[in-house]
Design a protein around this ligand. Structure first.
Ligand code: SF4
Length: 227
């Protein structure tokens, strides 16, 4: 069986396929002010543990932090920042007493919809559904800057696009493994400059304007060696 893919790579892939490829194929990791702020936002949710609350309706809600999740069917593993667990009765936290599960992902920035965040959350739900055998109709993204929460419905379309993206990532990993076996250098997808590049922690490694799909870097390299 192949190694499970890290869930967080799905977010990278939907942000930019080249970003995921630079991480998975070439092993690059980068940090910038956005990733460092992200680490601070996750300081609390990265501490495994739980706390309990009573909802407005009197139900007991358990908040599980940093819960490891995986899916054998999808070849994925990772963790959920928070999983809100509602119990059928206020007794024990055990599978037979689960009423509902809801993943909650913490993100930097103000409340706004990003396709990659929704897919990452949906992938967490797909893992939880497989692990616990319960249907999960929705989750939420908590936006740290505005301290507001955005509910996300796991529609059939979102589930299908999430599974497609996971399939694309496995195909990318497979191509890179085949290249390695043939002692070829795997080529990540070409850079396509977008405004998102300015916030990308791999900007200085990727150099999107120089290495872009218009082949500027290759043209310059050819010119350099022309006699
Ligand atoms: S700098 Fe732009 S093109 Fe390069 S990996 Fe980041 S988002 Fe993708």
């Amino acid at each position: 069986m192949t190694e499970p893919l890290p869930l967080s790579l799905l977010n990278d892939h939907l942000y930019c396929p080249r970003r995921a490829a630079l991480k998975i194929v070439e092993g690059w990791r980068g940090a910038n002010v956005h990733t460092e702020r992200g680490d601070i936002v996750h300081e609390h949710t990265d501490l495994a543990g739980y706390e309990s609350q009573i909802s407005d309706s009197g139900a007991k809600i358990i908040l599980l932090r940093a819960l490891p999740v995986w899916s054998e069917r999808l070849g994925l593993s990772g963790k959920c920042d928070i999983v809100e667990v509602e119990l059928c009765s206020n007794l024990k936290l055990e599978i037979s007493n689960l009423k509902s599960l809801k993943p909650v992902e913490f993100k930097l920035g103000k409340r706004r919809k990003w396709e990659n965040d929704d897919a990452q959350l949906c992938a967490q739900a797909l893992c939880l559904e497989e692990m616990f055998g319960v249907a999960i109709p929705g989750g939420a993204v908590f936006h740290a800057d505005s301290k507001r929460r955005r509910e996300v419905e796991f529609t059939p379309e979102l589930r299908a696009s999430t599974e497609r993206a996971i399939g694309d990532l496995h195909a990318l990993l497979h191509r890179s493994e085949v290249s390695n076996l043939r002692s070829e250098i795997p080529r990540p997808p070409p850079a396509v400059w977008t405004p998102a590049c300015e916030e990308c922690s791999l900007f200085d490694i990727c150099l999107p304007k120089a290495t872009g799909a218009d082949g500027r870097a290759e043209r310059l390299a050819r010119k350099l060696f022309e006699i």
